[in-house]
Each structure stands twice: as structure tokens, then as C-alpha cells.
Write a protein that binds this ligand. Sequence first.
Ligand code: RIB
Length: 314
Amino acid sequence: MIYVLGSINQDISLEMERLPKKGETLIADGCRMGLGGKGANQAVAIARLARKYDDGRKAVHMIGKVGADAVGTELINKLNEYGVGTDYVGQVNRATGTAVITVSGKDNRIMVYGGANLGITKSDVDEALQNATSSDTLLCQLEVPTYIVGYALRQARSYGMTTILNPAPAKELPDDFYYNVDIIAPNETETQILTGINPKDWDSQYAAMQEFHRRGVRYVVLTLGSNGCAISDNGKLIAHLPARKVTAVDTTGAGDTFVGALALTYPHVGMYSFQEACLFATRASSLTVSRRGAAESIPTFDEVCELYSNKIGR
Ligand code: RIB
């Protein structure tokens, strides 16, 4: 079982030829509204990619909060439709988290209002994890309060669970935070903010990975956009994995697809090595960037496999 502690947002995504200047009003070329939030997207990625193995139980449960209104209810329904367990998604008297996204060419810009996401409590975490075991995984990001994420990671570690942190959006974290993280998966911007190192080439990527290991993380996966990812285990660089060349139409949710795919394939199914899990994740996220939207752009397991000659896409 995978538990995803994180944000559930209503995404309002505007396609713009360019961004407006100060004081300027610009007409968008397109508008999409849908389920988003880094936590929700990652949970949807796990559910979509896990379908093949579904034996009736949900592979993934979301721990989160939405508003006690029609928007919140609709987002819960959407999570359910995608196959995400929502027993631990509560509704509170705050506006549902909202993201305003501009997509311009292949670049996006995201502004997030936390709203109900900020209402998650320690007892919500306790309730969700009360039956967790060492074969389960906890996946977190940083769109919910940092102290709640730190608490959940500590609890998960005490149950022997695998812990994965996608430190997005990056913010300063207490040093002891990292000790409870088995796998960290930052992108280039997050790596620079968290380590002070710009991972622009192999040497700097290696240095940044070493810094995460020094802080206590076992596996580091630096996601490098169209350049794929670099992965290391306990200070030893394992590989640079290239990304598949695709025509990107919207990169929203690509990082979330990667992290969800990794969380599913590496510790949960147990049929992948760490490197194979990262390769599968790279391939899954390459499909996401070729489609518009966040959760709605995430591929299924079969869609990923269709692109490659065998089941795990080697
Ligand atoms: O990672 C993409 C997500 O970031 C969007 O869906 C948006 O809601 C923000 O959380």
C-alpha cells in the first residue's frame, strides 16, 4: 500500500502565447480546469500505473484535505474515479487549494493557494497510518505544512515504511528531516534551493547528490527535465538515464508522474531494481509532457508499455 500525504488542488490552466506585462490584460488561447496538486497528481499516477495489478484493493490512498464545498467534493470524486483511495481525505471549512497555471510554449508557471491543504493535522496522519506496515510506502511533497510532513516521515520510519520525498515546492528543511527519507527526488530548481548547488553538469549533479547523502538520504534521484535523471545510492553514482525525445505541449504534472511511477515500481511491486524503476518513471513522464493538463495527462501502465517492446519498457 502506498500512502500519499499531500495537496489536492483545483487547477486553472491558461494557455498563453506569452505572459502579460505589468498592467496588461491578455486573452488566453485556451483554458482547462481540473484535478491537480502535487499530492493528488502523484496519487493518480500510482493508481493509473498500478491498474494492471489491481486485485480489488486500492494501491494508493491519499491523505489530504479539500474544502467542504462542491469543488472539494468534485475533486474527491475525481480521485475515486482514477482509483485513488479517499478514506483519509477530509473536508474542512476553508477554500479548496487552487493553482493558477500559465502554459506558454513548453514552459509553465504555477501559483498555488494552499487553502484546505494547510488544514491537515497530525491526527489525520495518525489515523491514516495506524495500520501501516513495513511493506508500505509513504510519499510526500511540500505543498502541505512542513511540520506535518516531518511528523509523517518520522512516524512512517518508526513503522519501517519506505519513505519518499519530492521536495516541491522547495523550502528550507530542518537538518533532521532528511534522516527519515529513503528516496529524495528533487528537480534542478529544488536541488539548487536545497543544496546551494546548481546541478548544471555531471560534476555539480554529483556534488548535489553527495550533499543529500551527507544529510542522511539513501537514494537520490535528480530529475533533469528533457535530460532525464541522475541517480545515486549511498554516495555512489548509479546512472544517468536519458529522457525519451518527445514534443512537449505541457510539462505540468510531468515531475509528479515521475515520482508516482517511482513510488509504485521501486518499493511496492518489488519487481524492479532502483535503476529500472527510474527508467520506467522517465518513460511514464515523457508521455505526460506530450498531453495537456495535470492529473488528466498521466498515462496508464499499458500506455507506457505500448511505447516499448516489453512489460517494463527496457
Ligand atoms: O506539479 C504540478 C502541480 O503543481 C499542479 O497540478 C498544481 O496544482 C501544483 O500543485
